[in-house]
Design a binder for this molecule. Structure first.
Ligand code: ADP
Length: 386
């Protein structure tokens, strides 16, 4: 009695039931949960209890004949009396009824194992796996679309750079010719011009200078971004370079009534710079200081040696419109103009500082600023001392 209830408890816990079958496949004993094998199974045929096995008689006969160690039919779904769907494994094992220990088996053990829990888990797992595969496929598809879009973008970018470069070259040639003829016209030796004509020519000249600046900036931009600019760094006297740049811009300084002072210590060491590109940086900073100063203002250029860092520093300070803090982080990006850019009526394309930053970086130096709206700006640039 103890034995029967013990095995009953174990079988119930494991969700397992068994029936013993004689050689005619009739049930001679049954034990385990009633929803797996009903207690009234005694005397009934195996195929009554498990109709799923109909048609598999040869396999079952083989087990009974001792030719196969077992036969299983997995993941059979059943409906319980309470209407639930469960999954079971049906297992058939050879058995010797009446204690016969050897020879051909004369019976079978029919095990019914409830695997609903692991079946559901497996189902969920398969579903997750399928979803994952679907996601992976979609990701791969998106990746290849992204790669294609990137390649197209790169191509468009190259096309844009080529277009800018060609357009700028084409624009520059006629402008150079126009400048030449303009110089002939304004030449003192040619027929005298009226004051009005002279003023017109002066306006044309200023327009051309502006156009040339934009064109040269666009050409520089495409060259730098394509990595086609190489600097020849040699030791130069930076104070002398600053003086050339100031002389070049002197007419605009005078025109706007600006006062300029230069402070340079006499023992300044030579700096490593490119003879064409370093003046371009200085010229951009000074022409900005001029453009964004109010008439009559003061500009100061201060050179100093920062011996410890191995740099010579140039500061270009003005008392002009200043730059709002919010604009400052974007100032060195292309085509960016601060909200105060129009305060003095100055025009520009927002390329000068971007190009200057790239050129300064090619020199191994740094470019930064300090500015307050209405009080002015100071731009700092450093070059390696040699
Ligand atoms: P832009 O051709 O517009 O002058 P830049 O790249 O040289 O282009 O300068 C970008 C912007 O930075 C300018 O549009 C202006 O708003 C601001 N900026 C540059 N230098 C000064 C300065 N010295 N004072 C005030 N604003 C300046």
């Amino acid at each position: 009695m103890v034995d029967a209830s013990l095995s009953q408890t174990i079988l119930a816990d494991r969700h397992l039931a068994y029936a013993l079958l004689d050689a005619r496949l009739r049930v001679v004993a049954v034990q385990g949960p009633a929803d797996l094998l009903p207690p009234d199974s005694l005397g009934r045929s195996l195929f009554d209890l498990a109709p799923e096995l109909i048609g598999l008689e040869p396999d079952i006969e083989a087990v009974l004949a001792g030719q196969r160690p077992r036969f299983t039919l997995d993941w059979v779904n059943r409906e319980t009396p309470s209407g639930e769907t469960i999954y079971v494994h049906l297992i058939l094992l050879p058995f010797h009824l009446n204690g016969a220990a050897n020879g051909q088996p004369n019976g079978l053990i029919h095990l019914v194992e409830d695997v609903t829990a692991s079946g559901l888990l497996q189902q969920a797992l398969t579903q997750h796996r399928n979803e994952l595969r679907l996601l992976r496929d979609r990701l791969a598809q998106q990746n290849s679309q992204l790669a294609a879009a990137n390649a197209e973008l790169r191509q468009l970018d190259e096309l844009k750079s080529r277009f800018v470069s060609i357009a700028a070259h084409e624009l520059r040639s006629p402008l150079t010719a126009i400048t030449g003829y303009l110089e002939l016209l304004t030449d003192e030796q040619s027929d005298p011009l009226t004051a009005e004509q002279r003023e017109y020519l002066h306006i044309i000249e200023r327009g051309i200078t502006r156009l040339l600046t934009i064109i040269n900036n666009l050409l520089d931009l495409t060259r730098i971004e394509a990595g086609r600019i190489e600097l020849a760094l040699r030791p130069y006297n930076l104070a002398e370079m600053v003086a050339w740049v100031v002389e070049e811009l002197r007419p605009t300084l005078v025109e706007r009534g600006l006062k300029l002072t230069i402070q340079a210590p006499p023992d300044l060491p030579p700096t490593l710079c490119d003879v064409a590109r370093a003046p371009q940086i200085l010229s951009n900073l000074l022409s900005n200081a001029i453009k964004y100063s109010y008439p009559g203002g003061e500009i100061e250029i201060r050179l100093s040696h920062r011996a410890q860092e191995g740099f010579v520093q140039v500061a270009v300070a003005d008392q002009g419109v200043g730059i709002p803090l919010a604009d400052q982080p974007n100032l060195f990006t292309r085509f960016y103009r601060a909200s105060t850019a129009s305060h003095t009526g100055a025009t520009g394309a927002g390329l000068g500082l971007y190009i200057s930053r790239l050129l300064v970086e090619l020199h191994g130096g740094q470019l930064w600023l300090d500015s307050e709206v209405g009080r002015g700006s100071t731009f700092y640039v450093t070059f390696h001392s040699s």
